[in-house]
Design a protein around this ligand. Sequence first.
Ligand SMILES: Nc1nc2c(ncn2[C@@H]2O[C@H](COP(=O)(O)OP(=O)(O)O)[C@@H](O)[C@H]2O)c(=O)[nH]1
Ligand SMILES: Nc1ncnc2c1ncn2[C@@H]1O[C@H](COP(=O)(O)OP(=O)(O)O)[C@@H](O)[C@H]1O
Length: 185
Amino acid sequence: MSERPRLTVLSGPSGVGKSTVVAHMRKQHPEVWLSVSATTRKPRPGEQHGVHYFFVTDDEMDKLIANGELLEWAEFAGNRYGTPRAAVLEHLEAGVPVLLEIDLQGARQVRESMAEAQLVFLAPPSWEELVRRLTGRGTESPEVIERRLLAAKTELAAEPEFDTTLVNTSVEDVARELLALMNVV
Ligand SMILES: Nc1nc2c(ncn2[C@@H]2O[C@H](COP(=O)(O)OP(=O)(O)O)[C@@H](O)[C@H]2O)c(=O)[nH]1
Ligand SMILES: Nc1ncnc2c1ncn2[C@@H]1O[C@H](COP(=O)(O)OP(=O)(O)O)[C@@H](O)[C@H]1O
């Protein structure tokens, strides 16, 4: 019987490359299960409901929180985001490696409620490179970018709270390192 895998949390500032690394990793190892969060943010072009996020209204988010259906939730740069609890627990019980891609506040809540979780911080090679990536992605307005860069300063300062730091210089290298940390080889 396979041992119950540890829950892995990946956090890091907006634009550092979390989604890119996770997409690369899952192309090669689709057996890693990525939790799909609920969010009140509007979808970006190409984002699909139920695939990238469950896009919900403010009222729906209120209900998810009130009913205790979220493992953790946080407000980030003006929108709320949360991890549906049941699906995470079901996958872990079934022996499936589970990955959460969530912000710092969410990572802290998971650490409190699930002591066995491992927290991985994805860091940019430099501040300049982070600004370049976030701006270059072209999905946010200058105001939203400004807000996210402000949040990034807080996130970068919290790096010592994490179990492991991976620097996203090469997507391939980081994806490999993350798989090794998750015992998926
Ligand atoms: N706490 C928490 N944070 C989340 C969740 N889902 C996504 N996030 C984080 O919310 C932040 C903003 O996500 P998003 O709007 O998709 O922007 P992006 O990460 O820059 O592509 C990122 O730091 C995500 O990791 C969640 O369920 N809970
Ligand atoms: N290692 C890397 N080298 C260069 N560009 C990268 C790297 N990783 C990601 N990017 C680019 O940086 C931008 C932000 O990446 P994204 O995955 O959307 O970040 P996040 O999910 O952390 O907000 C994207 O345009 C992506 O193509």
